[in-house]
Design a binder for this molecule. Structure first.
Ligand code: HEC
Length: 165
């Protein structure tokens, strides 16, 4: 999975190069590169189907509010499988995973030492105030204080990161 961004970069380079020699087909080439991107978006119907399978209260969360609140996270985190680590780790498959174990990311000792396995309750505590949840961890985020915003953003994360019940 970690090779995907490289593959994608190669595809983009290839698309760009072929666009140079054949300008008339460059937009087609760009589209096909996009179609194979790991970020391939779920349709709204797909999202609602996944939402309905989540445990309460997440199954009735407001995904569009979750998506807009995730804007606070997306400067540091990507969600699709094979997405890059940025200031924070890629979060695909985070639910059910031990904290601080996404390959290729340099976590703080503080987060490693928690021994947590990420479930909704742990993510809820973490994003309420990371400094309090795991003192010394390096997620510089003030915290989401509204419980409904946290529920919505967690549901959005579950839908977008391949959560399995
Ligand atoms: C300024 C950058 C930044 C922002 C904004 C941010 N994070 Fe993070 N996040 C990090 C970093 C850095 C870590 C790793 C922390 C460590 O190692 O101590 C992390 C870790 C995490 C983890 C644990 C990942 C793992 O593999 O154990 C989760 C879950 C998470 N963030 C969710 C969120 C959510 C949800 C938001 C928005 C509500 C958010 N983060 C906002 C930088 C950020």
């Amino acid at each position: 999975m970690r090779h995907l961004p490289l593959t994608l970069a190669a595809a983009v380079v290839a698309a760009t190069l072929s666009g140079c020699s054949k300008p008339s087909t460059s937009s087609q080439a760009d589209q096909s590169a996009g179609a194979t991107a790991p970020a391939a978006a779920l349709s709204d119907a797909d999202k609602q189907k996944i939402l309905a399978t989540l445990p309460a209260p997440y199954n009735t969360a407001d995904l569009s509010n979750g998506e807009s609140k995730f804007a606070l996270c997306s400067t540091c985190h990507t969600l699709p499988a094979g997405g890059p680590n940025m200031t924070g780790p890629n979060l695909h498959g985070v639910f059910g995973r031990k904290a601080a174990t996404s390959p290729g990311f340099a976590y703080s000792d503080a987060l490693k030492a928690t021994g947590w396995t990420w479930d909704a309750a742990h993510v809820d505590t973490w994003i309420t105030d990371p400094k309090v949840a795991a003192p010394g961890a390096k997620m510089t985020f003030a915290g989401l204080k509204d419980p409904k915003d946290r529920t919505d953003v967690i549901a959005y994360l579950m839908v977008q990161t391949g959560y399995k019940p």
